[in-house]
Design a protein around this ligand. Structure first.
Ligand code: ATP
Ligand code: MG
Ligand code: MG
Length: 384
């Protein structure tokens, strides 16, 4: 195949679409973004072939698909009916079937159960009544995690139910949403692996440690600290097996729980590039954004390029107490050795909103941790 500046449509132009675009720009890949005017990804891709609209709007998806070789998504909460409708006209990667199953966390778990992927035990709610959840609580025990099947992100859609007494409050908090309940995972660490599914292979990046605060990813340590090589390999294998259960090409983010007895449970899969993989920009030969584009375009991915080159720590910059307090973190990072600053250009911050991230790489994890500590302190200071 002669190199032909392929045209890639992206549903969603937030920070993930923006970092995909940064990667695409270096290969003359022509991205066309479907999102609002001036979305973060559009700001760094100046041409007239973007589509203005919402990634759930069938008409807009159709318009985008007309001008692309491949359509992909930076978010799993897209209109898969719209994707199915254009599937005969344009390649969709990963498949709309994969996105449809994954965007419903209950369907995702049911699907993965068929492939013997270890997960916390779970039960579907069909009536969302206290009586029903009391009964499920007797089966799963307390605490349990009540979860919305759909439209979940950053823990919005989860409610930890510590005891029977909290059932009414939990159902009130998640009312009008389709629900399931999950047995509590008593984890010692949360792990994540970025998996790349290509035409004929399933590759994995190293196992990283993720730290969430208020259910939002705060820190990522690559590689996971104090985790044996055996566990690192086992988590990668679990992640690859889970992703192999889905149709289509591209990057998937796999979240897992490491338990006290060193067993690993899958938490959830995202059918897209993932926050736990931002470290790959500086930490690996090819970033998750590079390999996603290569996978969906059937371009080569040398296996060594997804190995870790240097220990890396990634810190999210989350919107703080004021609309510009997050800039304090970025400003302080300017003076930190080996700190790569990524700001997403979203404008004014809201508390809890992901505004950017910083990755520090160093010869040792200890050194990387030492460099990034003042920035963690600043993040804690600006917290709303
Ligand atoms: P994301 O932003 O990653 O898409 P989400 O809203 O889909 O998040 P989950 O990933 O299911 O939510 O859960 C968010 C966090 O809540 C997990 O990273 C973990 O810290 C905690 N959690 C989720 N499920 C359980 C469980 N069964 N037991 C204990 N903690 C859990
Ligand atoms: Mg999720
Ligand atoms: Mg999650």
């Amino acid at each position: 195949m002669m190199w032909n500046s392929p045209k890639v449509g992206i549903l969603g132009g937030g920070q993930l679409g923006r970092m995909l675009t940064e990667s695409a720009n270096r290969l003359n890949i022509d991205v066309r973004i479907l999102d609002a005017e001036n979305a973060p990804a559009k700001q760094i891709s100046a041409h007239e072939n973007h589509t203005v609209g919402h990634f759930n709007d069938q008409q807009a998806v159709q318009e985008l698909a007309k001008t692309c070789d491949v359509v992909t998504a930076e978010i799993e909460h897209v209109n898969t009916q719209a994707l199915e409708a254009v599937a005969s006209q344009v390649k969709i990667e990963p498949s709309w079937e994969a996105i449809r199953i994954i965007q419903n966390k209950y369907d995702q778990k049911k699907h993965l159960s068929k492939f013997n992927i270890p997960m916390a035990d779970y039960r579907e709610l069909t009536q969302n009544t206290p009586e029903e959840l009391v009964q499920i609580g007797e089966q799963l025990g307390f605490p349990l995690m009540l979860k919305s099947k759909t439209l979940a992100y950053d823990g919005r859609g989860n409610y930890p139910v510590k005891s029977k007494e909290e059932i009414p409050a939990a159902l009130e908090a998640l009312k009008e949403r389709p629900l399931y309940a999950e047995k509590w995972a008593n984890f010692t660490m949360e792990l994540a692996v970025i998996v790349v599914k290509t035409n004929d292979s399933v590759l994995s990046y190293p196992t990283v440690e993720t730290v969430q605060e208020d259910s939002v990813c705060k820190l990522v340590y690559a590689p996971a600290r104090n985790v044996s090589d055996i566990i690192n390999k086992k988590a990668q294998e679990l992640a690859r097996n889970a992703v192999a259960a889905f149709k289509g090409k591209g990057v998937f983010g796999v979240e897992m729980f490491l338990l006290e007895d060193d067993s690993i449970l899958l938490c959830e899969i995202a059918s897209r590039v993932h926050n736990s993989g931002h470290y790959t920009i500086e930490g690996c030969g090819l970033s998750q954004f590079d390999t996603h584009l290569r996978a969906i375009l059937d371009l080569p991915i040398p296996a060594q390029s997804v190995e870790l080159r240097q220990p890396s720590v990634m810190l999210n910059i989350i919107g703080g107490a004021t609309p510009d307090s997050h800039l304090k973190v970025a400003e302080r990072a300017l003076s930190i050795p080996n700190a790569s600053i990524h700001l997403y250009s979203k404008g004014a911050a809201r508390p809890g909103r992901k505004m950017g991230h910083i990755t520090v790489t160093a010869a040792t994890m200890y050194e990387a941790e030492t460099f990034i500590q003042p920035l963690i302190d600043t993040v804690d200071e600006i917290r709303a």
